[in-house]
Design a protein around this ligand. Structure first.
Ligand SMILES: Nc1ncnc2c1ncn2[C@@H]1O[C@H](COP(=O)(O)OP(=O)(O)OP(=O)(O)O)[C@@H](O)[C@H]1O
Ligand SMILES: [Mg+2]
Length: 285
């Protein structure tokens, strides 16, 4: 799913220049005209054509001939630019294997100063492939909704992690670039895949963390057994891009939904009953 790390290392400097020019061009065009690329990169047409054909073959760029020859960055190219920046900054030195995939992201392990996790946000990726977006139609603002939405999503997740860490048990935020977030690698299993020895203690610990986040002004808004990792018997709350401020008009309902998800899970799997109103009062009190 993510372009291979050795491909990124072997990227020629012209190819990198073209990817960067495309990234800038996509603020104005959904398909960047060849002429625009020539002006922006100052490369000859034959050099650009050759480099573009390689970038297309590697799944970093797409070509559209109608109504003019235009090129567009795709996730593979955006991943490459982010990884190149993170590597240059020394945040990561090697990309490992895929460790997770959700509706709107892929997660890899990687080597930084220590083992890290890198989450590539993929918002709007599927609809981008649809005919509707391939045609003329684009929203008024921004010619590249998937790129903007994925970047915003990563920035938002990073903001949550920096706000909450270390008061709340979340991964340590390490760096953020474009549509990616680099954080500490949690070695453990998602809660839904665990069989807990002391479920009551874990439930208390989760609610305590929900309370601490609430006190910091943050509601998770997608809390469930899938977004909690268990590391050495301790819970770590992950997956924060959709977090909501406690001052939001729907805050109470969203918080209650988060709490309900967790209580229902423990009730169903461990037959653990916990009074709903008590739990809500404990979190908000
Ligand atoms: N810091 C981390 N350390 C270890 N594994 C992680 C880490 N972050 C994410 N993962 C793994 O990757 C999976 C997907 O990550 P996450 O839940 O953050 O995104 P997502 O589920 O794609 O988001 P969405 O809710 O938009 O589908 C997690 O369920 C988890 O298994
Ligand atoms: Mg998730």
């Amino acid at each position: 799913m993510v372009v291979a790390a050795d491909r990124i290392r072997s990227l020629n400097k012209y190819e990198k220049t073209i990817l960067l020019a495309l990234e800038r061009g996509m603020k104005r065009y959904s398909w960047v005209p060849l002429e625009q690329l020539k002006t922006a990169t100052k490369l000859s047409e034959s050099e650009i054509s050759y480099r573009l054909s390689r970038l297309i073959a590697w799944g970093m760029v797409r070509f559209n001939p109608v109504p003019y020859d235009g090129y567009s960055l795709v996730f593979g190219g955006y991943d490459t630019l982010a990884l190149a920046t993170l590597t240059r900054k020394g945040t990561i030195s090697a990309l490992g294997t895929q460790i997770g995939e959700g509706k709107e992201s892929v997660v890899y392990d990687a080597l930084g100063l220590g083992p890290v996790a890198i989450k590539f946000h993929r918002v709007g990726g599927r609809s981008f492939n649809s005919a509707r977006l391939n045609r003329e139609y684009m929203p008024e603002e921004g010619h590249c909704p998937w790129l903007i939405a994925s970047k915003k999503s990563a920035e938002r997740e990073y903001l949550a992690l920096t706000t909450l860490h270390p008061a709340v048990s979340v991964p340590l935020p390490i760096d953020q670039n474009r549509h990616t977030v680099v954080m500490s690698l949690i070695s453990g299993q998602n809660l839904n895949r665990c069989r807990l020895d002391a479920p009551g203690e874990v439930l208390d610990e989760i609610l305590e963390n929900v309370q601490k986040a609430y006190r910091a002004g943050v509601i998770h808004a997608d809390l469930s057994e899938y977004n909690i990792l268990m590391e050495d018997g301790k819970c770590v709350l992950i997956d924060w891009p959709q977090w909501m401020e406690t001052g939001h008009q729907n805050a109470q309902a969203i918080l209650e939904r988060d709490i309900d998800n967790i209580l229902t899970y423990f009730q169903r799997k461990y037959r653990l009953s916990c009074d709903r109103e008590d739990a809500i009062r404990c979190v908000t009190g």
